[in-house]
Design a protein around this ligand. Structure first.
Ligand code: NAP
Length: 262
């Protein structure tokens, strides 16, 4: 299927590795020019080279910086000639017990996983409406639907974003102008972040890493982790010309791990 977005420009945040990289690769495969960001320059440049090899016909630009800072967002937006597609992403907050989190920890989580995407949406959404095309996908987490005890900072901050987006996406001045905003909720995906989480659990319990990983795989009916490539393909479809009637949704991609009917 031709997704009908060749020649568009996408800003894909936090995209040198993992899910962000998967999204950038899928968009590049569809002929979309991309600006990708991450803090570490070496991995960012290596990913840009991979993306250019994937599709030499598109432009791949890089902005090294922290997307959760004003300077990082200004630089990312300035590099993108026109934001037709915005993929919001950043690292997730650390796990822990809420008794140990002070105001500073909460502000950091809310800043990164709620206010950063909102600021970026604010910067691009009216231009999208004027041009009659816009796709915004926020990478959130399955924890928005089924909270994970030790990820309270993530549960809270991402739920705040989800509630805000539910209202904004339904503004007629956006939806009637072919501008969609949706959230994509990953379950367990095979990325560096998941490896770090599993290694932490293995160290804490004294179990072998592979045993911890296998137990986690068994938690989903798919009995496997998702791949960044399949996550990216789902994101690219939400960004496609065909997805203009999908508005304000929370799409869970978790191999069936969430047990609810809805
Ligand atoms: P990952 O493999 O660790 O990749 C994270 C990417 O984001 C890297 O490119 C990293 O590069 C970049 N990044 C992190 N913080 C950044 C910042 N402040 N500014 C700019 N770039 C930043 O992580 P992932 O698994 O793809 O996870 C992506 C998001 O999905 C996270 O919020 C995570 O919590 C969420 N999530 C993941 C899973 C999963 O199973 N993988 C499940 C649920 C939710 P630098 O470090 O160089 O900046």
């Amino acid at each position: 299927m031709d997704l009908g977005i060749a020649g568009k420009w996408a800003l894909v945040c936090a995209a040198s590795k993992g899910l962000g990289k998967g999204c950038a690769a899928a968009l590049v495969g569809e002929g979309v020019n991309v600006v990708i960001t991450a803090r570490g320059e070496a991995a960012l440049l290596a990913t840009a080279a991979e993306l250019r090899a994937l599709n030499p016909a598109v432009q791949v630009l890089t902005v090294a910086g922290d997307i959760t800072t004003i300077a990082g967002r200004v630089a990312a937006l300035a590099a993108c000639p026109r934001v037709d597609i915005l993929v919001n992403n950043a690292g997730g907050p650390p796990p822990g017990d809420f008794r140990d989190w002070d105001r500073e920890a909460w502000i950091k989580a809310v800043d990164a996983n709620m206010l950063t995407p909102i600021e970026l949406i604010k910067a691009v959404v009216d231009g999208m409406a004027e041009r009659g095309f816009g796709r915004i996908v926020n990478i959130t987490s399955g924890a928005v639907k089924a909270p994970i005890d030790i990820l309270g900072l993530s549960n809270g901050a991402r739920s705040g974003l989800t509630g805000f987006v539910a209202g904004l996406a339904r503004q007629a001045k956006l939806a009637s102008r072919n501008v969609t905003i949706n959230n994509l909720l990953p379950g367990a995906y095979d990325t560096d972040r998941l490896k770090a989480t599993l290694s932490g659990a293995a160290a804490k319990t004294g179990q072998p890493l592979e045993a911890v990983a296998e137990a986690r795989r068994q938690q989903s009916p798919a009995r496997r982790f998702g791949s960044a490539e399949e996550f990216g393909a789902t994101c690219a479809f939400l960004c496609s010309a065909h997805a203009g009637f999908i508005v304000g949704q929370n799409l869970l991609s978790d191999g069936g791990a969430y047990p609810g009917t809805f």
